[in-house]
Ligand binder design. Structure first.
Ligand code: ZN
Length: 206
C-alpha cells in the first residue's frame, strides 16, 4: 500500500526496469530499510541488465512509535502538496494516535539521520540546533558543517567540518538542560576536544 513501482530508464543501456519506491518506513520494524537510510543507500539502484548504477530520490515518510516521531523526507519543496495526497493514501492513521508525535520535514539524508539520532537519545532538536549556532559563532575556526552524532559517557559528540578537515568534538552533558529548554550559558570558550572513536565510526558509515 505504501510501496510504489517506478519505471526507470537506464542511461547506460536504455533498458526499462522497475524499482520500488517506499512511501512509508517504520524505523522500529523495517530493519533493512532503516539500514539503507542509515548508510544512505536508500535511493541507490542497479540496472538488472547492464549493472549500471544510479540514484532515484523519492519523497517518503518515516516514523517510530517508540520515539513518537514522524519525519517527512521531501525531495524538493514543491513536493509537499503532492506528498500530502500520498500521505492520506499511505494509511498513516493506522500507526495509531499521533497527536503527541513530533513531526519534522527534512530534505537530505544527512538531516534525516541526524534527526533520528537526536530523538534516539531523547534530546530536544531545537536545543541541538541552538548549540550548533553557538559553535559556529564562537569557534576560532571556520566551521562549514556541524552534526550531532552520539552520546558517550555523559559527553555529547559532534562531527565538525572546518578548513577542509572533519573532526570529532565533544561537550559534557552538564551543559544540556532540557528542563529549562536552554543550554547553560557557560559553554566552554575553547573548541571542544577531538574524539577519534566517534570520528572513525562516522567516517566508516560514509
Ligand atoms: Zn542498463
Amino acid at each position: 500500500m505504501s510501496d510504489f513501482k517506478v519505471t526507470i530508464n537506464c542511461k547506460k543501456c536504455n533498458d526499462d526496469f522497475s524499482i520500488i519506491h517506499h512511501g512509508l518506513i517504520d524505523i522500529d520494524n523495517d530493519k533493512d530499510l532503516y539500514e539503507k537510510l542509515d548508510n544512505k543507500t536508500i535511493f541507490n539502484f542497479k540496472c538488472p541488465k547492464c549493472g549500471g548504477e544510479g540514484i532515484f530520490r523519492f519523497p517518503f515518510l518515516c516514523y517510530s512509535k517508540k520515539m513518537k516521531i514522524i519525519i517527512y523526507f521531501g525531495t524538493k519543496e514543491i513536493d509537499e502538496k503532492k506528498i500530502q495526497g500520498q500521505i492520506e493514501g499511505l494509511g498513516i492513521k493506522s500507526i495509531g494516535d499521533i497527536k503527541d508525535f513530533t513531526t519534522r520535514t527534512v530534505y537530505s539524508l544527512e538531516d534525516l539521520n541526524e534527526k533520528i539520532r537526536i530523538f534516539k537519545y531523547k534530546l530536544n532538536d531545537a536545543l541541538i540546533e541552538a548549540a550548533k549556532i553557538w559553535f559556529v559563532g564562537n569557534s576560532d575556526v571556520n566551521i562549514t558543517e556541524i552534526r550531532f552524532y552520539e552520546i558517550v559517557e555523559d559527553f555529547i559528540h559532534w562531527i565538525v567540518a572546518y578548513d577542509g578537515k572533519i573532526k570529532g568534538a565533544r561537550l559534557p552533558m552538564d551543559f544540556y538542560r532540557d528542563d529549562e529548554k536552554v543550554w547553560k550559558v557557560n559553554i566552554p570558550n575553547q573548541f571542544p576536544l577531538v574524539n577519534e572513536k566517534t570520528l572513525e565510526k562516522y567516517l566508516s558509515r560514509k
